[in-house]
Design a protein around this ligand. Structure first.
Ligand SMILES: [Fe+2]
Length: 316
């Protein structure tokens, strides 16, 4: 049972079919895979890593230490269930960028982040089309399903997981599935900590230099009618080193209407037996905000209520 590693370059050659099959298997059985030779320039990744780590040391680390001291997080005796051992900030790229509002980033850092985000956006869209091909959906189906009236939401969560004296009691990030569409992660190549739940066991997502880790969110589970599943994951901080994580989320636009793709519905299934509802993405996010660290099924159930508004603003 090896963590799925996909060599993206092989999609251009004789091994295309095998590589597509590997992606299919990873989507059906893992909800995660790691991409190598994905075309994002390594020097761009190296520069972003250097700038991110510098920024953490200069602007974020002391704030995190203050927070830990205020909350007494470094001396807890029992499991902490309402906080994570992480230092984060968010950058929005689409529908409009907020990067100019992040005042403590240098000009170079902003420019590098923008360039990286543009490349990742393209990679996310290429991946969605590969998923369409494997699912037997027409090219562009998933991109269109995410589009809404203003295009997809695309943003980056930059996180650092500092050394933690009690990683079992205070999780770096508590277990959850991701709400959105497809997630592309540039993670520390030396400090591990990300784990996914497979067959009841927590499995490490192996750090690998210049790789991009891909995982699927709840919306792809809905659209694929459960053929692909969003998978629970968590971060366990290390006791001696800081882990960097730059996770970019390619999600539906807020008014996109999400529902299982008709070609993927089992024939003859009655309405009442359908597992996944139809809803507006922002309504899902309202529910997710309070239930992120709970099982996903009640979120789907909550949206089956007949009074959920799936009005005519933006159908796909
Ligand atoms: Fe996540």
């Amino acid at each position: 049972m090896e963590f799925p590693l996909i060599n993206f370059e092989k999609l251009n050659g004789e091994e295309r079919k095998d590589t597509m099959d590997q992606i299919k298997d990873a989507c059906e059985n893992w909800g995660f895979f790691e991409l190598i030779n994905h075309g994002i320039p390594y020097d761009l990744m190296d520069t972003l890593e250097k700038l991110t780590k510098e920024h953490y040391r200069k602007c974020m680390e002391h704030r995190f230490k203050e927070l830990v001291a205020t909350k007494g997080l470094d001396a807890v005796q029992t499991e902490v269930k309402d906080m994570d051992w992480e230092s984060t900030y968010h950058v929005r790229h689409l529908p409009e960028s907020n990067i100019s509002e992040l005042l403590d980033l240098t000009h170079q850092h902003r420019e590098v982040m923008k360039e990286f985000a543009l490349k990742l956006e393209k990679l996310a869209e290429d991946l969605l089309d590969l998923l369409c091909e494997n699912l037997g959906l027409e090219k562009g189906y998933l991109k269109k399903a995410f589009y809404g009236s203003k295009g997809p939401t695309f943003g980056t969560k930059v996180a650092n997981y500092p050394p933690c004296p009690n990683p079992e009691l205070v999780k770096g990030l508590r277990a959850h599935t991701d709400a959105g569409g497809i997630i592309l992660l540039f993670q520390d190549d030396k400090v591990s900590g990300l784990q996914l739940l497979k067959d009841g066991q927590w499995i490490d997502v192996p750090p690998m230099r210049h790789s991009i880790v891909v995982n699927l969110g709840d919306q792809l589970e809905v659209i694929t009618n459960g053929k692909y599943k969003s998978v629970e994951h968590r971060v366990i901080a290390q006791t001696d080193r800081t882990r960097m994580s730059i996770a970019s989320f390619y999600n539906p636009g807020s008014d996109a209407v999400i529902y299982p793709a008709p070609p993927l519905l089992e024939r003859g299934t009655e309405e009442k037996n359908k597992v996944y509802p139809k809803f507006v993405f922002e309504d899902y996010m309202k529910i997710y905000a309070g239930l992120k660290f709970h099982a996903k099924e009640p979120r789907f159930e909550a949206l089956k209520a007949p009074d959920v508004n799936v009005g005519p603003i933006a159908t796909v």
